[in-house]
Design a protein around this ligand. Sequence first.
Ligand SMILES: C[S@@+](CC[C@H](N)C(=O)[O-])C[C@H]1O[C@@H](n2cnc3c(N)ncnc32)[C@H](O)[C@@H]1O
Length: 460
Amino acid sequence: MTKQKKKAPVSIGDQIELQIVGLNHQGEGVGRFHSFTIFVPDTVPNDQVIARVISLQKNYARALPEKILKPSPFRIAPFCQHYGACGGCQLQHLAYQQQLQFKQNLVADTLKRIAQIEIPVHPTIGMANPWQYRNKAQVPVGVEAGIVQAGFYEKRSHKIVNLASCPIQHSANDETVKVVRQILQEMGISIYSEANHTGFVRQIMTRTSFATGDILLVLVTNGRRFPQADNFVQHAREKIKNLTGIVQNINTKRGNTILGPEEVTLWGNHYITEKIGLLQFKVSSRSFFQVNPLQTEKLYAKTKEYAALTGQETVFDLYCGIGTIALYLAAQAAKVIGVEIVEAAVKDARENAKLNHINNAEFHTGAAEAVVPKLLQQGYRADVVVVDPPRKGCDKTLLKTITIMQPKRIVYVSCNPATLARDLKYLNENGYKALEAQPVDMFPQTSHVETVVLMSRVEN
Ligand SMILES: C[S@@+](CC[C@H](N)C(=O)[O-])C[C@H]1O[C@@H](n2cnc3c(N)ncnc32)[C@H](O)[C@@H]1O
């Protein structure tokens, strides 16, 4: 007998009424229409809405809200004038307590759904003031009717819209972008056109230290020759208070990659100095650094707690960036070993060890999945392994190598619950047991979720 295909209860173009009952991982409202899942952006749990179906898949549809019949008590007015158009934030219309609840639920649900892991997932550690937390701004530059624009790409287009201000940015980043845009306009410096791959200035990037106030300005340019460089430096130094360095990053490639491989320091330092806990860190333009320094300290404190060091252990910090976690744990460990793929970050990590007078840290450059098997072959062993990979999670070869190395504990720091769950499932099936998870809100107002998970080796 042929199986009858179940027909979706909606078609594209239908107008439907539904109650929003949850949020998906992108922060879009989730409702059910005759048990069929409908994603409705810009809605929050407990909204009663009328929405129009715009796309249909086998198991779900997407619909745009047309009318909020009854707003949820958790719905609030978004703070930012660019909210929605910019796309950088997804949850400004949801009260902060519910944002934290959403992140806790998302971690618990994802671990259960993808990895069949049910462990305590603690309430998300939030911020007292969940605004102005970002230490780094990175904005494309363009021209519209002769006026230099620096901001964000308009949705589904490559038109750059000027950002009046960004409430999740440190105000110094906001100000720096504005001032640089004015200088570019006044000096008539040529601006990059994505369509023609011509023009000079492509992006403005700034990093501000919350601890010292240092500001690093990085101008990404489509070419090396910068005839007005001295003049630009002079204007920027005059107008940007606390500016400590200007770097020209050269990116002549087409495409979305922001930073190119070559840099020239036009003036001052090519890094900022930031503090996490008692330690100082030099962060240069191309190195990864957590965007929210206040929450980073809470994230690392939890990592330290889960690592439960006694002073005897060798600790691996894989995907270590500028060595922050390794150095944060170094005082409680016999030895810390960091592995990181970006050479500039490893250089920062080594300098950071010196800066903090830490002598029991070593750093290796390369892909963790290539370096760690070599270290294992050379006789290295870890008692505790910390991994903090990018969104795509850990490489399978790396996970396998870790299980062969048999550390007592693994502390997994993750910015993507889906790949976290996938990797925990593998580790769970290969000698480790996940014990608990702690979400930390590193990215308030957005749907991004950071989580620390403690895993322990199962003794046979
Ligand atoms: C989420 S960041 C974590 C950095 C650091 N733990 C921190 O807290 O600042 C991930 C880091 O992994 C690095 N990375 C990406 N792929 C890698 C790989 N295959 N092997 C080693 N490092 C990698 C990135 O350059 C980045 O510095």
